[in-house]
Ligand binder design. Structure first.
Ligand code: AMP
Length: 505
């Protein structure tokens, strides 16, 4: 079933209910149905076969959401791109995914024109942070000329296993991988979460997450659509604006940084949370210290959950029952999870092992990488998440590390390899190691440790400036240390744990 059809099954009954508030502008469920129909009609006019890609590097707006949902309705696959990606990164994603429709901010239109020149059959459009641009103009010009204003669209039938979205999860070595997320993945995970977190049409969610990632695009949107709830749209996390809206909200989904920032505001009190029902955290580890401070300040216990692009949500602390800080809860209904040791043997309680999963939420593979896909699944069909975890007696799971040294800064994944390769290219650099160290605001901060050639005078600012010119800001090291040698184990591998310990403060 097309995921949009599944999410919209009750839209007709709640046509006049408000779906989303963006400042003073309100959109009802009827508006949502009509606007997504207009986008879908426009895509249909381009005559693209089902499964062709629509890529967007755009700011958050209601129209960005209509554009995404319209693509689902038209049977096309959406490719959301982080707004921080720079030219080199974009060239790879566009080259690999080969979208037929590319939508960018008007400010980067020229750059995108260069990027897409020579790509076969690509059409380029713009959409700005207010939802205006050539895409909006074309969609609405077409609607104005159509009998009935293009307000309806027969959502294209799709099978559970058909591609709905491609999410790029930068690879630890070599190329980034596009996780192929299906319609069935989206619907099964949304239905499970609505039930597990008791989301209903009385809920009001503050949406301050980006819309190019599973957290903001899938978890925070699909659950609301399915439950018929309401969204208060915030462009970004502005703690003061969030606090102003809190008294009329019941639900917040955030990365740990949200909660650290809120606790830093004196205006964040128990009273402003008086109508709140649930605070959810995920995408990166929530420090126990934040969990406890939050409880003390508000009387609310943050519900931490765990998931990833390849699988949507995997575990969650319970809605009723103990939400245990420092853990990510239990496997969600329908999701099978095992903590495996060598030879895929289950590990005993409290012993770390590879977290492996199975279920209708697990993606169907990496885009055009059958070999890589095969490697990431065990022989008996379980997906290797790459996370290291433990079962606690009683059923809670704790994430204790990441097999691949992934850094999560402010909720964004940073793969050290990508930065190391760039730094190693600088003249005067022998080698480098990039690590994550604890940071109160971002969870982890990116730090580079560099071995310079003897006699070269490389400066911290030069390295930072160079990385900044090449990569998204969140990947730029906050500090650079220079050393004579990197610590290595007997197998010659750099001991990043030693570096993390050494530079943690
Ligand atoms: P992404 O695909 O960008 O959502 O990143 C997924 C990765 O984020 C997972 O494989 C975990 O390493 C990490 N992650 C997500 N949620 C949590 C959490 N609650 N605690 C610790 N790590 C998390």
């Amino acid at each position: 079933m097309n995921a949009y059809r599944f999410f919209s099954r009750d839209f007709a009954q709640r046509a006049d209910a408000v779906f989303l508030e963006d400042g003073t502008t309100r959109y009802t469920y009827a508006d949502l149905e009509r606007e997504t129909a207009r986008y879908a009609n426009f895509y249909a006019s381009l005559d693209l076969p089902p499964g062709e890609r629509v890529a967007g590097q755009i700011e958050k707006s209601p129209q960005a959401l209509f554009m995404y949902l319209g693509a689902l309705r038209a049977g096309l696959a959406y490719l959301p791109l982080n707004t921080a990606y720079r030219q080199g990164e974009l060239a790879y994603f566009l080259g690999d995914a080969e979208p037929r429709v590319v939508v960018c901010d008007p400010a980067s239109e020229e750059a995108f024109r260069q990027l897409t020149t020579g790509m076969k059959g690509v059409q380029l459009f713009t959409l700005d942070e207010n939802g205006r641009g050539t895409l909006h103009d074309r969609v609405h010009a077409m609607a104005d000329a159509a009998p009935g204003g293009n307000a309806t669209f027969a959502t294209v039938a799709r099978a559970t296993d058909d591609l709905a979205v491609i999410l790029y999860t930068s690879g630890t070595t070599g190329r980034s991988k596009g996780a192929m997320v299906t319609h069935g993945n989206l619907t099964s995970n949304a239905a499970t979460l609505v039930e597990h977190w008791r989301i209903t049409d009385r809920d009001v969610l503050i949406h301050a997450l980006p819309m190019f990632h599973i957290h903001g695009l899938f978890v925070a949107i699909h659950t609301i659509l399915l439950a018929g709830a309401k969204i208060l749209l915030h462009k970004k996390l502005y703690p003061k604006a969030l606090i102003t809206d809190l008294p009329r909200a019941t639900l917040l989904m955030g990365v740990p940084t949200f909660y650290v920032r809120l606790l830093g505001e004196t205006g964040f009190t128990k009273d402003v949370c008086r109508n709140m029902r649930l605070f959810i955290s995920g995408s990166a580890p929530l420090l126990l210290e934040t969990f406890t401070a939050f409880q003390e300040r508000t009387g609310h216990t943050i519900l931490e959950r765990y998931g990833m692009s390849e699988s949507g949500m995997i575990t969650s602390n319970p809605y009723e029952g103990e939400r245990r800080g420092g853990t990510v809860g239990m496997p969600l209904p329908g999701v099978e999870l095992r903590v495996a040791g060598p030879n895929l043997k289950p590990m005993p309680f409290d012993m770390p092992g590879d977290i492996q999963i199975r279920g209708p939420n697990v993606f169907k593979g990496y885009w055009r990488m059958p070999e890589k896909t095969k490697e990431e699944f065990t022989e008996d069909g379980w997906f290797r998440t790459g996370d290291i975890g433990t079962w606690t007696y009683g059923g809670w799971i704790s994430i204790v590390g990441r097999a691949k040294d992934l850094i999560i800064s402010g909720g964004y994944n940073v793969y050290p390899k990508e930065i190391e390769l760039l730094i190693d290219d600088l003249p005067g650099v022998v080698e480098s190691a990039v690590i994550g160290v604890p940071h109160t605001d971002f969870g982890e901060a990116v730090v580079a440790v560099i071995v310079p050639e003897k006699g070269t005078l490389l400066k911290e600012a030069e390295v930072i400036g160079y990385v900044k010119s090449q990569l998204a800001n969140y990947k730029v090291p906050k500090r650079v240390h220079f050393v004579d040698d990197l610590p290595r184990n007997t197998m010659g591998k750099v001991q990043k744990n030693v570096l993390r310990e050494q530079y943690k403060s």
